[in-house]
Design a protein around this ligand. Structure first.
Ligand SMILES: [Fe+2]
Length: 320
């Protein structure tokens, strides 16, 4: 089969099965010819998978048309491959990011019902929190695999992973960590109701456009506030993530203690991701310069303890 029609999949994500939904192809070492390894209606056993690993194979290939089916398989089996310690951590992180961004991208594009988006985000939030709680994930593990193009779905995934990393190092655990992950995935949901032309505008927004854009926390909050499975703290992440400690934020202009700690946490990583991602009107800013900009606003925009913790996490990674 032509390589243009094939996409790689990680061998580590496959479970033994009586039949997978796709034909699996192999690229033998020292060859550029893909060969059919296993037709879809044929079982694949744990011994087959072990033999592939023993021969140094880490990737198999499937037809590009079957990407959606593979994505669904990854979602269904996430608990298995995320907890498989035989798979290197960066590979599991990369696959998790692909699954989360792939699913969010699809549900945002299709404008799926809010119940479905919340359900999906809660599942990803729980899985991400459990993965981060169990594994020594570093900032550098994240930054290598995340997309930095500031599409709403990629930004939401980045803010989720960064939030969980920061929250874990601030001492959050268990259900709190899972709730923070889910709240972060949903923090910008209101942007789906903003004119998409504003989201990709390649020069600065006018005053009227800025006012329009600044409605997104309120729009997101209104969209989500009737969901029984979200907590008040998660809703406040959505509603308050653009507030500043000095009252100069939006939509309300709340100050310090009026802002929920989880919204303060979300604000730190939200601004960091915004600065370090490519925007339509400028390219990404380097991590250290972004932190320098943010430290000028410590105690006026950001909680200084949270910003210090985030800075330490990034600096530790840089030192490795
Ligand atoms: Fe936002």
């Amino acid at each position: 089969m032509s390589d243009k029609k094939l996409i790689p999949i990680s061998l580590a994500t496959l479970e033994p099965s009586d039949a997978l939904a796709w034909d699996l192809y192999l690229l033998p070492r020292d060859s550029n010819q893909y060969i059919l390894y296993r037709a879809s209606n044929y079982p694949i056993t744990s011994s087959d998978l072990e033999k592939l690993v023993a021969s140094g194979i880490t990737r198999l290939y499937i037809s590009r048309e079957q990407r959606a089916s593979y994505q669904q398989y990854l979602r269904d089996n996430a608990d298995a491959w995320l907890n498989n310690s035989a798979v290197p951590l960066p590979e599991r992180m990369e696959t998790l990011n692909q699954v989360v961004t792939g699913s969010l991208s699809e549900s945002f594009r299709k404008k799926e019902a809010v119940e479905r988006v919340v359900g999906q985000s809660s599942t990803f939030g729980r899985q991400t929190a459990a993965f981060f709680a169990a594994e020594p994930i570093l900032f550098e593990d994240l930054v290598r695999v995340l997309q930095h193009d500031y599409t709403t779905f990629a930004h939401s995934a980045n803010v989720c992973f960064y939030s969980v990393l920061l929250a874990k190092h601030l001492g959050f655990s268990g259900d709190d960590l899972a709730q923070i992950a889910t709240g972060a995935l949903l923090h910008d949901l209101g942007k789906l109701e903003i004119d998409p032309r504003l989201l990709v505008k390649d020069n600065r927004l006018t005053e009227a456009e800025t006012r329009e854009m600044q409605k997104h926390p309120t729009l997101g909050f209104r969209r989500l506030c009737r969901q029984d499975d979200l907590t008040a703290a998660q809703l406040l992440m959505v509603y308050q993530h653009h507030e500043r400690l000095d009252g100069g934020g939006y939509p309300v202009g709340l100050t310090n203690d009026e802002i929920h700690p989880w919204a303060k946490l979300c604000s730190v990583v939200d601004v960091f991701d915004a600065l370090t991602s490519d925007r339509p009107y400028r390219t990404a800013i380097a991590d250290d310069i972004a932190l320098g900009i943010m430290h000028r606003d410590a105690n006026t925009a950001f909680d200084s303890e949270m910003l210090t913790c985030w800075t330490r996490l990034i600096s530790t990674s840089d030192a490795n």
